[in-house]
Design a protein. Structure first.
Length: 209
């Protein structure tokens, strides 16, 4: 026998169903928080776990932010995203070009997972500096092209003088930039703001290992 849903959980489930019908992709936790007037994302996550235990939804552990609503039989729209090269989650590594990378492979993902974003590209992660963000060596990160980012966002950054790329969290600190790993054993990269070009912001991670 399935556990009975609370009023809040029913509200979230209805919101997700309506959102999916309207947008053709599942809502993010932030979408649910705002759409249902919930105080924090942790409260949303608590109720999503309850919905999962009740069998109302499934969450894909291999792909970040994936929610499947049971009983909504819909063929997902798939996106074929080019994997254009490696990106270092460790020390920066050279890549073939800062601007024009040739796709060597593609990865197919459901449009549900990308929030409707277009013109995405993927990079294969090398290194372990983002393991505390659940991104490991060999995983694939999918990014939207971007030239700017807010503090704390995970970006693909190009270091112009070094001619190297790296995957880190981005922070402005006056005239310099801090590129912060998510690994307590590794030090951040500090450089002047003029040496950094942002080439994309991470949308989701596909875990390979």
């Amino acid at each position: 026998m399935k556990p009975e849903l609370s009023e809040r959980q029913r509200q979230i489930l209805v919101f997700m169903q309506d959102f999916l019908q309207e947008h053709d992709y599942a809502p993010s936790i932030r979408d649910i928080q705002l759409g249902c007037g919930i105080s924090s994302t942790s409260v949303v996550d608590y109720n999503l776990k309850a919905l999962e235990r009740a069998g109302s939804i499934r969450r894909d552990r291999e792909v970040s932010r994936a929610i499947v609503i049971e009983g909504m039989n819909r063929r997902p729209r798939m996106l074929s995203i080019p994997i254009v090269g490696p990106i270092a989650a460790g020390q920066p590594i050279p890549v073939p070009s800062a601007e024009h990378l040739d796709a060597t492979d593609t990865i197919d993902v459901s449009a549900d997972l990308t929030g409707g974003k277009q013109n995405l590209y993927a990079l294969r992660v090398k290194g372990t500096s983002m393991i505390d963000a659940l991104i490991n060596d060999g995983d694939i990160v999918i990014l939207e092209p971007a030239r700017d980012a807010n503090d704390g966002e995970m970006v693909a950054a190009w270091l112009k003088r070094e001619e190297e790329a790296t995957l880190k969290k981005f922070y402005r600190e006056g005239a310099r930039v801090r590129l912060q790993p998510a690994n307590s054993t590794m030090d951040p990269i500090y450089t002047d703001a003029g040496n950094v070009e942002i080439h994309g912001k991470v949308v989701l991670t596909v875990r390979v290992n």
